[in-house]
Unconditional design. Structure first.
Ligand code: SF4
Ligand code: SF4
Length: 288
């Protein structure tokens, strides 16, 4: 199940790419910028700031919606309210495409991929939760000569890793924290399998991505340990700055966002963090 397909991306791997966002992730990072990706099933969201109170959604609902923000007891996510809303205040996240349908969709952009050395990135959520699906999509794309990449939290099994290696040209894997206990405290999962996967992927197009989360992993000690690990593996690092732009998405899903009032680190601080990596001889950059 997908929740988005973004065309002409330039930050999710090399060249111009289409990025496919799959739904479902077993981690629950409290800073997550895509809260609509976390649950595996379809879900409905209502953004009160966009609503003009026209009532079209209430009239269209076959299950007795009482007000724009109401989700009636029998709601089956039919999407009629989303369809009639003139302000896109209602959104249903989650739809299915078969591997053939998805490949046909992204192949519309093949000329851009070929001109730019780009391709297709599968992101999430966590793509490896839909392993058979992504393996089939990647395989079909490779048969068509399209470059493939995956964005993942890196917590997948040895067998899944070995299955992906021949199908994926670039692995963009998150390094959230070098301290396994701290990572487990914040995300529910330690880092042992992630570090093991990174070691095994070092010669298979691995890029380490570090989301710089204020107060969690952006201290000098963790960054120095992360830089030493990347140096040992001799792979590039992308440092991704924190933003809290997902606040309205959390609100529209009826969820609290713990990082709502947390600010991005100042540019000079981000550059100082980057220097920790470059001073240790790591090929590192701010942004993906
Ligand atoms: S998705 Fe369908 S059933 Fe649910 S609130 Fe909207 S119109 Fe009503
Ligand atoms: S259709 Fe959209 S804008 Fe109109 S009341 Fe419903 S949610 Fe608000």
């Amino acid at each position: 199940m997908l929740y988005n397909l973004q065309r002409y991306c330039i930050h999710d791997g090399q060249g111009i790419r289409d990025t496919v966002f799959l739904k479902g992730c077993q981690m629950r990072c409290p800073w997550c910028a895509n809260p609509e990706s976390q649950l595996g099933g379809r879900q409905i969201a209502f953004n009160k700031n966009k609503c003009i109170g026209c009532g079209a959604c209430v009239k269209a609902c076959p299950k007795g919606k009482a007000a724009p923000e109401d989700i009636p007891a029998g709601c089956d996510l039919c999407g009629k309210c989303e369809y009639v809303c003139p302000r896109e205040a209602i959104q249903i996240y989650g739809y299915d495409l078969t591997p053939d349908e998805l490949v046909a969709e992204v192949m519309k952009d093949a000329p851009y991929f070929r001109k730019s050395d780009g391709g297709v990135t599968i992101s999430g959520g966590e793509p490896t939760l839909q392993m058979d699906y992504i393996a089939e999509v990647f395989s079909k794309l490779h048969d068509l000569g399209i470059h493939t990449a995956i964005e993942s939290h890196g917590h997948f099994s040895d067998a899944e890793r070995e299955r992906l290696i021949p199908l994926v040209d670039q692995f963009l894997i998150d390094l959230k924290h070098m301290d396994s206990a701290k990572q487990e405290e914040y995300t529910g999962f330690g880092n042992e399998q992630i570090l093991k996967n990174m070691e095994a992927l070092r010669d298979h197009g691995l890029v380490i991505r570090i989301p710089l989360v204020p107060g969690f992993n952006d201290d000098d000690e963790n960054l120095t340990r992360s830089a030493a690990f990347a140096k040992k593996l001799d792979v590039p690092v992308h440092l991704l700055k924190f933003h809290n732009m997902a606040s309205s998405k959390y609100e529209s899903l009826g969820r609290e966002y713990a990082y709502k009032n947390i600010k991005t680190q100042p540019q000079e601080e981000l550059e100082r963090m980057l220097k920790i990596f470059t001073d240790m001889g790591v090929e590192a950059q701010l942004g993906g």
